[in-house]
Design a protein around this ligand. Structure first.
Ligand code: HEM
Length: 229
């Protein structure tokens, strides 16, 4: 009876750990897509942001179960302190410690998001960047600790997670570059057009290179004086 209870706990630690890793990966990928404004008609930005939030909450639930079962398991002695204090676990302190670091980073991200309305956007964004750090640390913990890490299926899960994050990051960097080039192009075009008729006041380069001010026309046509025949 005692053995089967212990086995159930052990399986629960492993299962919840793997599900938490997959959900954490999903959260990160959705976060990258949302931040990059990836949207389509069938998947608008608000739906993406909502899914990102829900998946992150689900990840926290599985993570809480994982940590709780790890602490109450009598075979592995990790102790309550190791839930929040990195490298405090008597059982495999380094690899457990990485799990704790990932949890601490995720908590910082989660708490700052809950307080988002009350803190400066720059501070929130800075803390949110910690999500990028928590993922590889959680992955290292999963592979370093895992009973299943040597199994082919676990390698496939880890590789799929890495591919998903790598793919999302590559898309984000490519998209960022494209937007920057587009902005530079638009900037160059707007700089090349000296004045727009609706501009309140402006100056243009005359043929001899000097600038002259233009007053807005008060005529009904709304044409600038320069435009008048
Ligand atoms: C983001 C944070 C975390 C994630 C994603 C995570 C995920 C995982 C995964 C995937 C495994 C491997 C399961 C297996 O294949 O056997 C694992 C193992 C383990 N984790 Fe975590 N973990 C995290 C945090 C923690 C923390 C904070 C603790 C301790 C308080 C902890 C304790 C353990 C233990 C004891 C095992 C070994 C289970 C075994 O005996 O195989 N984890 N974790």
């Amino acid at each position: 009876m005692l053995a089967s209870y212990s086995t159930t706990i052990w399986y629960t630690i492993r299962a919840t750990g793997i599900v938490a890793l997959v959900l954490l990966t999903g959260t990160l990928v959705l976060g990258i897509l949302t931040a990059g404004r990836a949207k389509s008609r069938s998947w608008p930005a608000f739906a993406q942001a909502d899914l990102h939030k829900r998946v992150s909450l689900l990840a926290m639930v599985f993570l809480a179960l994982h940590v709780l079962t790890a602490v109450i398991d009598t075979y592995v002695n990790v102790g309550w302190a190791s839930v929040l204090v990195p490298f405090a676990s008597p059982y495999r302190p380094f690899w457990t410690g990485l799990g704790t670091v990932a949890v601490d980073l995720m908590l910082a991200v989660a708490i700052s998001s809950a307080l988002r309305q009350r803190i400066a956007a720059r501070v929130w964004r800075g803390i949110h960047w910690l999500a990028y750090a928590s993922w590889p640390v959680a992955m290292a913990h999963s592979l370093g600790m895992g009973t299943d890490a040597s199994r082919l299926w676990m390698d496939a899960v880890a590789a799929s997670c890495a591919l998903a994050v790598g793919g999302a990051l590559a898309w984000r960097i490519g998209d960022h570059k494209k937007s920057k080039e587009l902005a530079l192009g638009v900037g160059a075009i707007t700089r090349a057009v000296p004045v727009r008729p609706e501009a309140p006041s402006s100056a243009v380069l005359s043929a001899n290179g000097s600038t002259r001010s233009l007053r807005r026309s008060t005529s009904a046509t709304g044409l600038l004086e320069r435009d008048r025949p």
